[in-house]
Write a protein that binds this ligand. Structure first.
Ligand SMILES: [Fe+2]
Length: 193
């Protein structure tokens, strides 16, 4: 059982004990997290494939589902991600390393969820940077042109949130497993809104 499930089970136990007015099958909503200073400026990249040339290092297949607490899918939601490249650089004027950006990497992109609420990106594993050594992907979810969630995802195998989430409970709900199979890295995230 991973930490996310542990938290969900703990919350469900609280529900069964009568401490919260939720059905036991309800999922815990994904915590909000900071947008941070590097939200993309400039044109949107209307693609879920953030690597436009030959990958110079491992590719991360980052996907998941957007759903309501009772598990109903959000179809047609826009998932908007941005993150540091493997060297820990953002494409943003507030990052001093703009001369060291990777040509083949788009730094941000977006995906529309399908009928099952599923989304999938092809990107790199985000690097760590001095201000925030917990490697993370920032994302926003938009529905009917309204922003409905801003959060971040951390990775267990990279050390998790390292105290950078708003609480340890939030960190557990924002942490995905990074699974390696041969040359592929995959991380799946349930986003509950
Ligand atoms: Fe960040």
């Amino acid at each position: 059982m991973n930490r996310r499930r542990l938290v969900q089970t703990a919350v469900a136990a609280g529900v069964l004990a009568g401490t919260a007015p939720l059905a036991s099958a309800e999922r815990v909503r994904t915590p909000r997290d900071f947008t941070g200073p590097f939200y993309p400026r400039g044109p949107r990249n209307q693609t879920s494939d953030l690597i436009v040339g030959e990958p110079r290092t491992d590719v991360l297949h980052f996907g998941g589902r957007v759903m309501t607490p009772d598990g109903a899918p959000y179809a047609g939601a826009l998932v908007d991600i941005w993150h540091a490249d493997p060297n820990g650089r953002y494409k943003h004027p507030r990052d001093r390393g703009q001369g060291e950006l990777l040509e083949e990497f788009l730094y941000w992109g977006e995906a529309v969820t399908d009928a099952n609420g599923a989304f999938a990106f092809r990107t790199y594993v985000p690097g760590r940077y001095a201000a925030r050594p917990a490697q993370h992907i920032h994302y926003k979810v938009w529905f009917a042109r309204k922003e409905i969630l801003t959060s971040q995802v951390y990775f267990d195998e990279l050390g998790g949130a390292k105290g950078f989430a708003r609480s340890s409970e939030a960190a557990a709900l924002q942490t995905a497993n990074l699974v390696r199979k041969n040359d592929n890295l995959t991380a799946m995230l349930d986003v509950v809104i």
